[in-house]
Design a protein around this ligand. Structure first.
Ligand code: HEC
Length: 165
């Protein structure tokens, strides 16, 4: 009988100790997780503010015809063969990134890896695609516009440096 009580109380105490310990740990974990999410939200809204002001007009001019819901179809769109090409470009582009609206963008990447991908395509001159630039001279980014995009990305990346890609 005494042994039973002893074992029982031992089990109970250890349950209390471990139970309590676990709870505290979980609470701390979820608190720091929440704090992190809130920090990101603040960062995202700062990044978006600067995007709207400095970068969106550039993207509207150079990227929206494929990476958005507001496609302005060209006069030659109805030409047989051309239509398919344009449609598949738009479909493909939107799978990668949709710039309509605000940062973070919709697409298959995450907010941080999107920035890296944008920097890369502008640096290597692959976006807008050359076949598009030839028909749309206004979509060509001059060095001042490129600088604006780079400095936006640079400050965004420094805000998100802790975030995974
Ligand atoms: C004529 C249509 C068109 C325009 C205009 C265009 N893109 Fe794209 N974009 C595409 C297509 C198609 C793809 C997917 C295939 C590929 O990577 O070539 C793509 C893919 C991308 C990707 C993903 C690349 C990767 O490695 O995942 C980025 C980033 C991108 N575009 C940025 C831009 C930016 C920034 C602009 C404007 C400066 C722009 N695009 C303008 C058609 C376009």
């Amino acid at each position: 009988m005494y042994i039973r009580i002893f074992v029982f109380s031992l089990a109970f105490t250890s349950l209390l100790v471990y139970g309590h310990g676990d709870e505290k740990h979980d609470q701390q974990k979820s608190k720091s997780g929440e704090k992190q999410v809130n920090e990101y939200k603040v960062h995202y809204s700062h990044i978006n503010e600067s995007y709207q002001k400095n970068v969106k007009p550039i993207f509207q001019k150079a990227c929206y015809n494929c990476h958005s819901q507001n496609v302005d179809y060209p006069w030659y769109y109805p030409i047989p063969g051309v239509q398919d090409l344009i449609d598949s470009d738009i479909e493909e582009a939107k799978k990668h990134l949709i710039f309509t609206g605000s940062y973070p963008f919709r697409g298959h990447g995450n907010p941080k890896s999107d920035l890296k991908a944008i920097k890369k395509v502008i640096q290597d001159g692959s976006m807008p695609p050359l076949r598009y630039q030839v028909m749309h001279w206004e979509s060509f980014l001059n060095s001042e516009e490129k600088e604006k995009v780079y400095s936006w990305i640079e400050s965004a990346e420094s805000m998100l440096k802790e975030e995974r890609e």
